[in-house]
Ligand binder design. Sequence first.
Ligand code: ATP
Length: 450
Amino acid sequence: MAKEMKNERMEAIVSLAKRRGFIYQGSEVYGGLSGTWDYGPLGVTLKRKIMQLWWQHFVESRDDMYGVDAAILMNQKVWQASGHVDTFVDPLCEDTVNHRRFRTDHILKDNGVDPDGMTMEQMDAMIAEKGIKSPDGNPLSESRTFNMMFKTHVGATFDEKSVSYLRPETAQGIFTNFKNVVDNFYPDLPFGLAQQGKAFRNEISPRDFIFRSREFEQMEIEYFVHPDKWEEAFDELLAETHTFLESLGLSKEAIHELDVPEQDRAHYSKKTIDIEYDYPIGKEELMGIAYRTDFDLGNIQRVSGRSMEYTIKGTNEKFIPHVIEPSFGVERALMAVLSSAYREDEVNGEKRIYLALPEHLAPVRFAVSPLLKNKPELVEKAREVYTLLKKKYGNVMWDDNGNIGKRYRRQDEIGTPHCVVIDFDSLEDNSVTIRDRDTTEQRRVSISEL
Ligand code: ATP
């Protein structure tokens, strides 16, 4: 948390997220559990809307995508074959006095050294050369590797055979179902399998609010292609990624492509583009899109002994498909949405905070209020309008707490695009006041126009 708390804008967003019921620290009542976050009523709605939009964009609106929802717990062979047991590790160094542990690459970054492409030994040498100390001012130990998977046991026996892991990515649940979908649906190449769901990583230093969590959600696609045709599929999915990010309301100027250099890519990846976003904490990875060759299906075939080959219909051409993987983190998308929507301005000489969320993402689309909550005739009319809008739009909130000014302030912070107020004139002429969140302008419209 230390880094983000030095950043005023980030601090304001974290505070709003808590105050308005978007995101709370996990297990807060017991002092919290680092790297875990709970979603409140508005946060869960916003998160689901982002996930639904992705599903609609990448799965439902296409005829070359198939959805799956695999179990989080998987046979340990999955993680042996994928390389996660041996190589899903981070370099870790230790404060030699208080024994707190830190990611060596993060220590270097925080001290103005770019660790990308460095081996663990090179990072240690750099720490020694520059005399870099731990954040607590003590000498640091040499680095060791640390596996980021949460290990557990399945069943009542606690031996090597019962070991399993909470999945650190959703991708392997897709690869392990490749053959099932091919056998059931006979899809033509190229086609993709998509999955959304939880992933778990025992991050050494979770930080920057939900940006680096230990439990988070991913939205991943494995798009299977003929080995000769990976480039066009890569370009198409990259273009679709930009369209999707635009539909989240993120401005083009804040989105950057990083063509990851060979030494920083996973060894099996022939091309990776990270999409970075200008978060209040700086330019950081929002998602990545990687050409993973036939690495994953090849490993499954080798370890399971089952063929992962695909035969082109009506021919004898048989091969293991290659794959393009767009991998999104929901929390990183959500943090980008909140950061991009967060605004401060001045209304009638007073500071105002509002979330300029796109209307299709706003957790509450309309808030409906009676001007005065102690006038039964106003309340009754307002209830009528509320029921009407609720039926039509679903995400409509009844709000009669405090005076109108307070209600506007609250709805602005929630990001509600429209506030509808029922007053005495409404009883006469069936019209209401509708106030726009971004301009604060108020208009008179008839109820039927809503
Ligand atoms: P980083 O370099 O930031 O640790 P990564 O390159 O390890 O990320 P991937 O393994 O490519 O990330 O995971 C795919 C996506 O999952 C990332 O682009 C990000 O959106 C999301 N993600 C990964 N780790 C976390 C985390 N600890 N908390 C939240 N989201 C994460």
